[in-house]
Design a protein around this ligand. Sequence first.
Ligand SMILES: O=C(O)c1cc(=O)[nH]c(=O)n1[C@@H]1O[C@H](COP(=O)(O)O)[C@@H](O)[C@H]1O
Length: 299
Amino acid sequence: MKNFADVLIEEIIHKNSVLVAGLDPDLQYFPDFLIDSGEVSNQKASEAIYHYNRIVIDAVAEHVVAVKPQLAYYEVYGSEGIRALEKTIAYAKSKNLIVINDAKRGDIGSTSSAYAKAFLGNGSLAGDMVTVNPFLGSDGYLPFIEEAGRNGKGLFLLVKTSNPSSHEVQDVKLENGELLYIKMADDINKIAQQTLGENNYSFIGAVVGATYPMEAEKVRKSLPSSIFLVPGFGAQGGTANDLKPFFDAKGLGALVSSSRGIIYNGSKEEKKTEAVLYEFIAKAARESNDKINEVRLSH
Ligand SMILES: O=C(O)c1cc(=O)[nH]c(=O)n1[C@@H]1O[C@H](COP(=O)(O)O)[C@@H](O)[C@H]1O
């Protein structure tokens, strides 16, 4: 079975893209032709979400390597929301897109095994990769690594997240003077080095926010063989110019994710038809990909 890092790298080269479109459906941004304003039932919300996601997936498919549904936006609508997620995952797979479930799970070992089966097994919620919170310790994240290894899939462990207060926990100085996120990176690297594919990358990746390029340089030293998932580009202020430290000399080693910057490009009022909405999203994905490629492939 192929190491998922190699699958990912082949797709990046094939598509000439490291861009990931985040599927974070938020009804307040949906144009009027998709949903009535006012009180909306879970069923109507679910239908609108799946409709919106199909438009997004069609519009971004040639410009992105993966899509990343953020689970909270679906869970809001209970079982109907989960149904929209299942259908979205199936639709993205039918368009040959890699699916990264942004679930940020992690628990005691036995529960993590169940989460790992849900997101990296063969069920209707399973994608190709999942985001995992490693701050419960290794018994919390090893089950995800085992399940991913068994099924030829991958994962991203949170190391240095993009949010403004991530320093409150992740930058805590340990007794030996080391920062917590660097210790986490060092611990993950010990396992990553045992799971390398042909391109010398592991299927065990790490989340490092676009808003922290200096920290990314340090994480890279500790985690030379992990592919980074880089959120925070666009709406959170990360720019293409910040991205260079995330990539290796070949322009590989990182995926850049953007949700609002792609799927809600332009004002809601301008989007009167499906065709116009499609064009706004396709344009944002194309332009983001071009900007990122310019930086990652420059020498
Ligand atoms: O794991 C993630 O994807 C993630 C990690 C992180 O450090 N920061 C972060 O913003 N994210 C997710 O990435 C997406 C960012 O959305 P935008 O800011 O709209 O591009 C959201 O779905 C977040 O949940």
